[in-house]
Write a protein that binds this ligand. Sequence first.
Ligand SMILES: Nc1nc2c(c(=O)[nH]1)N[C@H]1C(S)=C(S)[C@@H](COP(=O)(O)O)O[C@H]1N2
Ligand SMILES: [Mo]
Length: 256
Amino acid sequence: MTRKLLTRRSFLHVGTTAAIAGVGYAGYRAMSAPGFLGVLESAEYATLNAQRALLSGQPLAREFSPSDMSPVFKANGTTMPGGVVYQEFLANNFSSWRLRVDGLVANPMSLSMAELKRAPQRTQITRHDCVEGWSAIGKWTGVPLGHILEQAQLAPNARYVVFHCLDDVYEDSGRYYESVDLFDAFHPQTILAHSMNDQALPVAHGAPLRLRVERQLGYKHAKYLTRIEVVDSYKNVAQGNGGFWEDRGYEWYAGI
Ligand SMILES: Nc1nc2c(c(=O)[nH]1)N[C@H]1C(S)=C(S)[C@@H](COP(=O)(O)O)O[C@H]1N2
Ligand SMILES: [Mo]
């Protein structure tokens, strides 16, 4: 455990952040170059592919079989966001809901649920570990975040992805939010999930859309998504520590 943690840490903080920061840059350059097809053979594209290979070599979180699924999956934190905005979405079955994707991207987007469902999908059965001392195994279906980020086209200086949510955990506490580095953002098991256990995501578990970032602890799996913001630093978001619970003392990356 300790060894794994140290290995991941040193990779994450020394090698990866620097190396992966280049993915946005290379991808951006390749895709925004005049005549995109013309750059397929170019050095930029080769660099992009090399970095993709590095990314796809990342270890996967363990996946389970249907018989392992927990009969009861606890809901934690917010289970029903207050406020008129969410209540209106709920009343119209999320038909007016959109996911905004903006910040350091060449192509900001506002995506409906139908558009998200038309994108490539991934299903995975994984174990969720909450720091409060419980775990549960569930099945999640959604769009790989990497696919959405590729469409948005990260700017050269993109380094982190911030997830803005629709709920206040406590009255007047400010909205829940989280963030990940590009290493986790492009990880193949990092998905924007609209379904849980083959059903539409229940309100208690983050309807209509939540993050699954499978190698991380429960609090990073932001529910009730409304906006994905690409930034070069998370210091200017809320209290500057990378997430709602990080602003209250949790580590940005606790490592499991
Ligand atoms: N928007 C939002 N996301 C959130 C939370 C929350 O309160 N609000 N709680 C976090 C915590 S601590 C955990 S353990 C998981 C719980 O997910 P679940 O309700 O599907 O079990 O959501 C995480 N994401
Ligand atoms: Mo949690």
